[in-house]
Design a protein around this ligand. Structure first.
Ligand SMILES: Cc1cc2nc3c(=O)[nH]c(=O)nc-3n(C[C@H](O)[C@H](O)[C@H](O)COP(=O)(O)OP(=O)(O)OC[C@H]3O[C@@H](n4cnc5c(N)ncnc54)[C@H](O)[C@@H]3O)c2cc1C
Length: 205
């Protein structure tokens, strides 16, 4: 990868990165332009969804919706700070620990991470965890220590031993296609999984 450097036991690089709120809004506009509509409502029964083909992308929700107990949360906590001038992406992952160290410059802010806490459902930011994240990141870039904290974030990665990409017949003959369980790489693998899902949904197309 061009510009990838070994730094402080991790990797640093200057890369294009996805700004999720901007990206999700763009995906939604793209869907609407292609003739799609977005309805927000809870689905409690996949067989009751009024569509010729039902695609289940419920993430962690698949645990109760399918139901599939193989889908489990892997909690990730982040600290959002004012960017003190960091322009490189940095990551250092210790696979033997729930704590990793990364920072991602984004417009108007710097994201500091992170954690990977298996089977932890808590959406409450933990102050001790947040302080430890700042300390780990500041050990790599000292100017992060004094950066003003803008927000705390927690997300639950929808982990599964393998992504479920599978077509199932519904009792009335319609098709149900599952596409869930992407864990901590759902953005990375999204387009490939979407293509495979479309091929399962419309095999003759
Ligand atoms: C801290 C953190 C950092 C991450 N970093 C990265 C990264 O660097 N790169 C990367 O590729 N990935 C990353 N991920 C993982 C990525 O966010 C997920 O893999 C991805 O969001 C999974 O997408 P999804 O659409 O399958 O599930 P989700 O994003 O969880 O979406 C599922 C949707 O289904 C809805 N839903 C669930 N049940 C129901 C129901 N019964 N009825 C109606 N709606 C329902 C939910 O409300 C939700 O909107 C990260 C995740 C976290 C938490």
């Amino acid at each position: 990868m061009p510009g990838l450097r070994a730094v402080a036991g991790g990797l640093a690089a200057r890369l294009p990165v996805i700004d999720m709120p901007v990206y999700l809004a763009w995906l939604r506009r793209r869907l609407v332009r292609a003739g799609g509509t977005v309805k927000v409502r809870e689905v409690t029964d996949l067989t009751a969804v009024p569509a010729a083909v039902v695609v289940n992308c419920a993430g962690l929700g698949a645990r109760s919706l399918v139901p599939d107990p193989a889908v489990r949360p892997v909690r990730g906590q982040l600290v959002v700070v004012e960017n003190p001038g960091v322009t490189d992406w940095f990551t250092r992952v210790d696979h033997s620990s729930a704590a990793s160290t990364y920072f991602i410059p984004q417009p108007g802010r710097l994201l500091l991470g992170g954690t990977a806490e298996e089977d932890d459902w808590s959406l409450e930011p933990d102050p001790g965890t947040a302080a430890a994240i700042v300390t780990r990141c500041a050990a790599v870039r000292p100017e992060i220590a004094g950066a003003r904290v803008l927000a705390h974030r927690v997300g639950l990665r929808p982990a599964r031993e393998a992504v479920r990409l599978e077509r199932q017949p519904l009792p009335d003959g319609r098709a149900l296609v599952h596409n869930y369980g992407h864990g901590g790489a759902g953005v990375t693998v999204a387009w490939g999984c979407a293509r495979e899902t479309a091929a399962l949904a419309f095999p003759a197309a």
